[in-house]
Design a protein around this ligand. Structure first.
Ligand code: CU
Length: 372
């Protein structure tokens, strides 16, 4: 009986002395405005009440939280009837997996250097610990190395795949990552975009000494198109940090779908093939010379035309099915050709410094053709 009364009291939002309010609680904080008279004249504390009511607000206020509430069936607009279901009540959401697509989530342990595993060293030259959050993939914390070379093993709670890792100051935090690339039933174009979409192309967005390349060399950065590939982000999960730009893009370079349909026209010495991908930045034509596949030409695609890249992303253009030609004046009968579809992700802008920003090229190779 007492429990039922207490439940009704909490649901009605009635504060209880000693529990929800004490003698230092301002009535407005405890939702007791009905107990205040605004016209009876002077009383002790009136000034506080009057100022908070007419000039300001309460810094805290007694409030109720509804968790796991379930609408009575059938839901009737205008006449909703909420029945409280706490977490410990039997579940109400059950998903039927009979017709759901299945995917291979076999994950082999990180063991060899050539299984796609990448090891990152995150160095923190600062003052406070940042919970760094990774998008699109989880990471494993291997260990931490302090700047005076003490190796610290992960805490027991830090073992396994994590989407957020504590990055502490004056330490190197060593992470392993091995993203699982989702299989989708359609081809995906690259995210080709201006460095900042809030400014015009060509506008200055960074200059020395504050703008530097990945090696610390001073550069000038103007707003330009960059192929960010499959773009995600990682950032500090402290809201005020991430909102102050403690966030960086992460690009995944996906191999394009390989070209096919290779054909050769002897009269014009022209090799043609069919583009099968939305994401190639170039086709590289290779010829077998002395048993070695040797580059004989490049056909720039996509990124040489950012406007087209943007249309591809919006689904307003489609290069799949394009016939792409390449003429090889050195052709002799019997030459073997193949076409490499390349996707170069990262900033290829010429800043005048060596190796300014990293790029990765993922590629797919066509079946070869003998042009006799
Ligand atoms: Cu932070």
């Amino acid at each position: 009986m007492h429990q039922a009364l207490e439940l009704l009291r909490v649901e009605a939002g009635v504060p209880r002395y000693g529990q929800d309010m004490v003698d230092t609680t301002i009535p407005l904080e405890a939702n007791l405005t009905h107990a205040i008279s605004y016209n009876k004249g002077c009383y002790i504390g009136q000034e506080v009440i009057a100022r908070a009511t007419f000039r300001g607000h309460m810094n805290r206020k007694l409030a109720g939280l509804l968790l796991g509430d379930v609408e009575a069936v059938p839901a009737t607009p205008g006449a909703q009837n909420v029945i409280l279901h706490p977490f410990v009540y039997p579940g109400t959401e059950v998903i039927d997996a009979t017709k759901l697509p299945t995917a291979d989530v076999k994950v082999t342990p990180i063991a060899t250097g050539d299984d796609g595993t990448q090891i990152w060293k995150v160095t923190h030259n600062g003052v406070d610990t940042h919970p760094i959050h990774f998008h699109a993939y989880d990471v494993q914390l291997l260990n931490r190395v302090t700047w005076d070379n003490i190796v610290i093993a992960p805490d027991p709670t830090e073992l396994g795949w994590k989407d957020t890792v504590r990055i502490s100051p004056l330490e190197d935090t060593i992470l392993a990552l091995r993203p699982v690339i989702p299989k989708v039933p359609f081809d995906l174009p690259n995210n080709v975009r201006l460095l900042t979409p809030t400014m015009q192309e060509g506008e200055l967005i960074g200059a020395a000494p504050l703008a530097v390349d990945q090696n610390g060399q001073p550069i000038t950065i103007s707003n330009h198109f960059v192929n960010f590939g499959a773009e995600y982000t990682y950032h500090c999960h402290i809201l005020s940090h991430e909102e102050m730009d403690m966030m960086r893009p992460v690009s995944i370079a996906l191999p394009p779908v390989a070209a096919n349909g290779l054909a050769f026209d002897n009269a014009t010495k022209t090799l043609t093939w069919t583009d099968q991908s939305l994401s190639e930045t170039a086709f590289v034509v290779q010829k077998l010379i002395g048993g070695v596949w040797t580059q004989v030409g490049v056909v720039p695609r996509l990124f040489s035309n950012p406007a087209l890249a943007v249309l591809l992303q919006e689904g307003l253009a489609n290069t799949v099915g394009d016939t792409v030609p390449f003429t090889d004046p050195t052709w002799v009968s019997g030459d073997q050709y193949r076409v490499v579809a390349e996707n170069t992700v990262g900033d290829t802008w010429n800043y005048g410094t060596a190796d300014a920003f990293p790029t990765k090229t993922a590629m797919s190779i066509s079946t070869p053709l003998t042009a006799s």
